[in-house]
Design a protein around this ligand. Structure first.
Ligand code: PEP
Length: 281
């Protein structure tokens, strides 16, 4: 991850026609959890209308409560990759919680036959699942989106990335998504986006922010923008080059994290907001 190489050099990498680096901003807006073919297709159509070629789609969900929706798993992969092909989506970020999910994704991509790329996401709950990290490091086909552990130090999260890199896969984006505190918080987690420049200083990894899991609520004051927008602004001003953000065509019936999902009608505004903020810095 570039920690022992002295100065930050060439940060980032190219993958499937998308640049992950210091200068670009990649908006990965999409479904936290795939719940139907209709949701997938409406989401991807909205992205295509905005000219966005990257998305997030959750198939394997690591839920805190075993009685809650666990994701549709391999069953929904054909929906995701067919729809991505149809709408010209180049890269889909998708969490995997077990090494066999990588094979399932590979198989589904072959069947779909579209040149869609996948970025394997390691969720905060698996930040120190070293066997999973090693498996992800051993495969070279897909880049990795590593989410910081919510209750471990930044240093421990950076070491976890070394598990991926030391197995041979250095294409890692580091994602900040808020941390747990014992203080209580109006948001779901304590927003930690002031760590963006720290990660950029210490490593060569491009940095992503996930305002949806940090803030946890899509509401806005009557006369203002949702807190999620402001968190994105903080992240981009701090130097993040990727944003992972939850949307849903009908947040009120989403099976996972509906309260934090933005509506498809807000996508254009978010895209404009991100480009204005980024352009100003
Ligand atoms: C997610 O992005 O779907 C997710 C579960 O995030 P986190 O691992 O940050 O909680």
């Amino acid at each position: 991850i570039g920690r022992h190489g002295g100065q930050r050099t060439t940060a980032g990498f190219d993958y499937n026609g998308v640049s992950f680096g210091d200068t670009s901003v990649n908006l990965f807006a999409g479904l936290c959890a795939v719940d139907s073919l209709e949701s997938v297709d409406s989401m991807m159509a909205a992205l295509a209308r905005c000219g966005i070629q990257t998305t997030r789609m959750g198939a394997y969900k690591p839920r805190t409560n075993p009685y809650e929706f666990q994701g549709l798993g391999a069953k929904c992969l054909p929906w995701v990759f067919e729809s991505a092909g149809k709408h010209g989506i180049k890269v889909v970020a998708m969490e995997v919680t077990h090494p066999r999910h990588i094979d399932e994704i590979n198989d589904a991509l072959k069947v779909a036959g579209h040149p869609t790329g996948v970025m394997l996401q390691v969720g905060t709950r698996n930040a120190q699942n070293f066997e999973l990290l090693k498996s992800i490091g051993q495969q070279r086909a897909f880049p990795v989106l590593f989410k910081r552990g919510m209750g471990i130090t930044l240093e421990e999260s950076l070491n976890a990335c070394e598990y991926v890199a030391s197995e041979g896969n250095p294409k890692i984006v580091f994602c900040l998504r808020g941390v747990k505190t014992h203080l209580g918080d109006p948001h779901r987690n304590m927003v930690d986006f002031a760590h963006v420049p720290v990660v950029r200083r210490l490593t060569r990894m491009p940095v992503c922010v996930d305002p949806s899991h940090a803030i946890g609520r899509a509401e806005a004051p009557p006369d203002g923008l949702p807190d999620i927008f402001h968190a994105i602004g903080q992240g981009l001003i701090a130097g993040a080059s990727m944003v992972l953000v939850d949307f849903h065509p009908h947040p009120e019936i989403a099976l996972c994290d509906g309260p934090q999902a933005l509506r498809l009608e807000q996508l254009g505004a978010l895209q404009r907001y991100a480009s204005i903020v980024r352009g100003a810095y």
